[in-house]
Design a protein around this ligand. Structure first.
Ligand code: GUN
Length: 379
């Protein structure tokens, strides 16, 4: 019987279409059982099996290609057995397109109270009941959910971390990866490995080498955006990304601001996710080609222009800044709906603009134009 790593190749593919002539930026297509994903791609986050404030139909109308969801949260509520009974997460949430699930490796480790052992990570749920998340349980849960891309169960360590802690944690994460691969038995679901190693280049390199030996369908940079700051983040990404296989998708986890995305793409990253566009939207912070605006600011009281004149989303085509400010001031949930719609559209069009530029060998011009327009704070 062929290895699962070879079986999955029938259902999950990555085609590298083009590398920009003047940078490392790449354009490609990921093929999954629920559809194709042109890259670079940004993945909106639907932690509990819902993109907060948005109907799946709205996401489909915007042509969102893939969303992310979370093992940890869906395990606690409603439980992955129930989701499996409902026919899997795609059916349960009525989202017919690709889904990536994170392993819980990040969510558990951001808890205050947990204990990490060789077996896995132990913590208490809302009712105080002990729960063990391990490589085996994480993969079993992700297989019950039926995501197109599953993430390996890892330890995401905070910044700063000592070299000794980082090395020991990373070695354990590799042993966990082998247990993930042992548990993985559905060739219609791809398993991605996660590169750790904190700020230590030699450990990052060692980690990539270990992961590549396992011949996985894709690889992710983890352990970034954990408090290290933009400079370290760029150092880690620019060192690690070129070490990753050219013929597999490269994913940077939990990043980031529009500026960060430009940096990721310039370094040859294909996929990323972040709660920023959705979370900021619900708080009234909206992205525009000229920078962020805080829509509740009094300046927008009589501003009858759209959020972003260069945006063609439903919100920008139909509503003014003054109206959206009014919705936020009145605590109308439609404000959050319209804001989320816009921010998701903004991130999508940024990624699409980058992809087009890469295919035409003008990514650096794209970057230049972005920074010429985008002010750090425009409100
Ligand atoms: N999300 C953001 N960073 C990480 C990471 O290092 N590991 C996992 N599993 N998820 C993440």
């Amino acid at each position: 019987k062929p290895r699962i790593q070879d079986q999955v190749k029938e259902h999950f593919k990555f085609k590298l279409e083009h590398v920009d002539k003047h940078s490392k930026a790449r354009a490609g297509v990921i093929t999954t059982p629920h559809g194709d994903i042109p890259t670079p791609v940004f993945m909106p986050v639907g932690t509990h099996g819902a993109i907060k404030a948005l109907q799946p139909q709205v996401l489909e109308d915007m042509d969102t290609k893939i969303i992310l969801s979370n093992t940890y949260h869906l395990h606690l509520t409603p439980g992955s057995d129930l989701v499996k009974k409902a026919g899997g997460l795609h059916k349960f949430m009525n989202w017919p397109r690709p889904i990536l699930t994170d392993s819980g490796g990040f969510q558990v480790f951001s808890l205050q109270k947990k204990s990490i052992k060789e077996e896995g990570a132990e913590f208490k749920d809302q009712k105080g009941q002990k729960i063990l998340l391990s490589p085996e349980t994480s993969i079993t849960i992700q297989q019950n959910l039926g995501s197109d891309i599953m993430m390996a169960f890892d330890e995401c360590i905070p910044y700063p971390a000592t070299r000794e802690y980082t090395k020991n944690s990373m070695d354990r994460t590799h042993r966990w990866l082998d247990r993930c691969i042992e548990t993985w038995n559905n060739p219609k679901q791809a398993l991605f490995g996660i590169i750790q190693g904190s700020t230590y280049n030699d450990l990052r390199k060692e980690c990539v080498d270990e992961l590549v030996k396992r011949d996985l369908p894709g690889y992710a940079i983890g352990g970034v955006s954990v408090g290290e700051g933009a400079e370290w983040m760029e150092k880690i990404v620019s060192f690690t990304a070129p070490l990753m296989p050219v013929d597999k998708p490269r994913y940077a986890m939990g990043i980031g601001n529009p500026e960060d995305l430009i940096m990721l793409w310039e370094n040859g990253i294909d996929m990323s996710d972040c709660i920023i566009p959705t979370k900021f939207a619900r708080g009234g912070t909206l992205f525009t080609s000229r920078g962020k605006i805080r829509i509740r600011h009094r300046n927008y009281r009589r501003d009858f222009y759209p959020i972003d004149h260069s945006c063609s989303c439903y919100t920008c085509k139909n509503f003014s800044r003054a109206y959206i400010k009014h919705l936020f001031d009145s605590n109308e949930i439609l404000g959050q709906v319209l804001a989320t719609t816009h921010n998701i559209a903004y991130y999508k069009s940024l990624a699409e603009g980058a992809r087009k530029a890469i295919l035409e060998d003008r990514f650096l011009d794209f970057k230049k134009e972005f920074f010429a327009n985008y002010k750090k704070d425009d409100s």
